[in-house]
Design a protein around this ligand. Structure first.
Ligand SMILES: Nc1ncnc2c1ncn2[C@@H]1O[C@H](COP(=O)(O)OP(=O)(O)O)[C@@H](O)[C@H]1O
Ligand SMILES: CC(C)(COP(=O)(O)O)[C@@H](O)C(=O)NCCC(=O)O
Ligand SMILES: [K+]
Length: 241
């Protein structure tokens, strides 16, 4: 490689390494240094690694105030992502785009910018969301349902005799309460995913992300999807450009 190209690459890498990308979900804080493909987890804002970082980019759906306070106490600049109706060729379906979860938008943005073709993206986090984008970058809308944990907790809170300690990814009828709950919820999510996949054309990208993506695919019995854990965080690379 020519020396000036090497210098350029080094400069780019060092610029990127000063960026910290943070996804503040309803359950967990995930982060990634922009020069590393690895997703990591933090218990609080104060435990995020800020050494050498000159800009923090944050996605949050509900903790704006906390983040504003935290940003006052640290040296790097903090930029909080906001949904934009049309950005980089991706057009949001909501009339009021400010109501769309920024995590959903960032996942779509990453897939759209990197592939420029139609896709379905499912985020299996605290909630489960699905979003659909066509070949022109038009968002066709989506779905929001409770996630695995919320479904189990709802049963636990609203019924006296239903234990919900299990944690398998199996689908067959259960032979005890925990397995009936566990497998029942697995089956609901699986059938929902299979139904969504069925309504889409075969050559369309079908991507799962979020903390329960592996579980959904394990239980998948042939579900044809790929898992991409860093989608929301990667979207933070494109949303301010
Ligand atoms: N170590 C873990 N801590 C918390 N949740 C986990 C863990 N491993 C798997 N999960 C599952 O992942 C879900 C959270 O996924 P995640 O994508 O981090 O959510 P969010 O973006 O809403 O914070 C939980 O509801 C739970 O079912
Ligand atoms: C639907 C969500 C709760 C999902 O959050 P998550 O499970 O990723 O923490 C979040 O994207 C949200 O609060 N959205 C706002 C409502 C909407 O997207 O229409
Ligand atoms: K989600």
């Amino acid at each position: 490689m020519e020396p000036f190209v090497l210098l350029l690459v080094e400069k780019l890498v060092s610029e990127l390494s000063k960026l910290l990308l943070v996804d503040v979900g309803n359950t967990r804080i995930k982060f990634m240094a922009a020069d590393s493909p690895e997703i990591k987890y933090a218990d609080s804002f104060d435990s995020l690694p800020l050494q050498g970082v000159n800009e923090v980019r944050v996605a949050t759906v509900s903790r704006h105030k906390e983040i504003a306070n935290w940003s006052q106490s640290i040296t790097p600049a903090v930029r909080v992502a906001r949904v934009t109706k049309c950005h980089k060729g991706l057009t949001v379906a909501y009339d009021d785009e400010s109501r769309l979860g920024v995590d959903r938008w960032l996942a779509m943005l990453a897939l759209w910018v990197e592939n420029q073709k139609s896709f379905s993206v499912i985020d299996l986090g605290t909630a489960i969301t699905a979003d659909f984008v066509d070949d022109t970058g038009m968002h066709l809308g989506g779905y929001i349902t409770p996630g695995y944990r919320l479904m189990k907790e709802a049963l636990g809170v609203h019924t006296a005799q239903v234990g919900f300690g299990g944690n398998s990814s199996r689908l067959e009828p259960g032979h005890n309460t925990e397995c009936c709950v566990d497998h029942g919820i697995n089956r609901m999510v699986f059938s929902w995913l299979a139904d969504i996949q069925h309504m889409e054309s075969e050559d369309k990208l079908f991507v799962l992300t979020g903390g329960d993506a592996e579980k959904a695919l394990e239980a998948g019995y042939g579900l044809d999807a790929e898992i991409d854990r860093t989608l929301v965080i990667r979207g933070l690379r494109y949303c301010f450009e």
